[in-house]
Design a binder for this molecule. Structure first.
Ligand SMILES: [Zn+2]
Length: 416
């Protein structure tokens, strides 16, 4: 008997391990862990939460966790008495050792471990606007597993590792993130390849859920509020699921942490769905975001929004909300955070900071409430002081219109 049962997050039916979507209602698969008690182990990084990760073993070279600390600088500025910051990135003075400087590393490590344990000899295929690809490149270079990354050519400069790159094939897509997803989907449906799974990948979600687990381990209680900038919203779903597991433990009350999720408007599909805009009213065209967005990684045209167990369920059942943050507010939030907390952060994280500022202003959070702010990426400048970065070169460049030819040449390269 395994450590968990895979169930549909909508109807609760038991699903087989290989399934990614409930045949009854399309709901997300969710791991229902046998162990109900929150009991972190003496293991490195996120592996200390292994009871609630869908893996049996761990690779000690991977799995750096987020760090959680109580804020004084930003907290004073905003008049908050219980503001906690979850930092995913590189900031050794705080104990943060995520060299990819993005919380996508929380997803990559358990995903690769789960794939290893499955015993299936398939090559993982990942589409990414940058941060996810970087995380998988680093983790796979440590574990030695092969991976194929589909990345829009304009995002290729975000691809680097801090160790010698391993069996990483970089496919530069002349198009946007949606085109990269499309092409990756075509390749991963072929024999010998495997899609990474996005929001439907339980290892990815439960890896991100460790952000909340780390907070509770250090400070002993479920926060009242949780702030995060989202692309697809998978991180929000992950934290909602982690809060339900903690409630199931019995020692942390029965109120799920309220989700405050944020996107950078106008290029904000999840926010647009939340406020009920029709597709025609959404202010982004078929080819993605307008130029000059403060953040351009928070864009996913097909987010797991209305699916059972998806973003809408997570936000509504936690009495949360979704914020739309414009460039000017994101930029000033970034400046404020970096000045008061003393670390550089990625643009996406600034969108979450701006949402917190809005919530303080509107009274949606109280000054004594326990608040967890997820800084999903940062420390790139800090990393440069300690480590050199190895730029990943583009191995193949793909035109979306010419996908068939390119996909066969990728197969030839791999099996040559
Ligand atoms: Zn179902």
């Amino acid at each position: 008997m395994g450590k968990y049962t895979l169930r549909c997050a909508g109807c609760g039916n038991v699903l087989s391990d290989t399934i990614t979507s409930c045949p009854m209602d399309g709901g997300l698969p969710r791991a229902d862990y046998l162990k109900r008690r929150f009991n972190p182990r003496e293991l490195p990084g996120i592996w200390s939460f292994i009871d609630w990760l869908p893996v049996d073993g761990w690779n000690p070279g991977t799995g750096a966790s987020s760090v959680t600390y109580k804020s004084s600088g930003l907290a004073d500025e905003l008049g908050l008495n219980n503001l906690y910051i979850s930092f995913s990135g590189y900031w050794p003075e705080r104990g943060a050792q995520m060299r990819t400087c993005s919380f996508k590393e929380l997803e990559a490590a358990p995903t690769m471990q789960m794939l290893l344990e499955s015993g299936v000899k398939e090559i993982l295929v990942v589409a990414s606007a940058g941060n996810t690809a970087r995380a998988f490149a680093e983790v796979c270079s440590i574990t030695g597993q092969p991976v194929i990354l589909f990345v829009p050519t304009q995002s290729l400069d975000r691809l680097w590792t801090t160790i010698e790159p391993g069996r990483v094939l970089v496919v530069g897509v002349d198009g946007d993130y949606a085109d990269a997803i499309k092409l990756a989907g075509v390749l991963s449906s072929r024999t010998g390849f495997r899609p990474e799974g996005g929001a439907r990948n339980i290892a990815r979600r439960d890896g991100m859920g460790t952000v909340l687990l780390d907070h509770v381990r250090r400070f002993g209680s479920l926060p009242d509020h949780y702030f995060q900038a989202i692309g697809s919203g998978t991180g929000g779903i992950a934290v909602w699921e982690a809060s339900m597991r903690l409630i199931g433990d019995g020692r942390f009350g029965c109120t799920p942490t309220r989700l405050h999720l944020a996107q950078n408007i106008p290029c904000a599909p999840v926010h647009a769905m939340w406020i009920g805009l029709s597709p025609e009213e959404m202010n982004f065209d078929a080819h993605g975001c307008p130029e000059g967005m403060h953040d351009d990684v928070l864009f996913n045209r097909n987010p797991p929004y209305a699916v059972p167990g998806g973003v809408r369920d997570a936000v509504i059942s936690s009495s949360g909300r979704i914020y739309g943050i414009d460039n000017a507010r994101a930029a000033s939030a970034q400046k404020l955070f970096e000045g008061r907390e003393g670390i550089d952060i990625l643009p996406a994280a600034a969108v979450a900071v701006a949402a917190l500022i809005e919530a303080v202003g509107s009274g949606a959070v109280g000054r004594d409430d326990e608040i967890l702010l997820n800084i999903t990426g940062g420390g790139v400048k800090r990393l440069a002081e300690d480590h050199s970065r190895i730029r990943l070169e583009c191995d193949i460049r793909v035109d979306v219109e010419d996908s068939a030819n390119v996909l066969s040449s990728i197969e030839e390269m791999i099996y040559a």
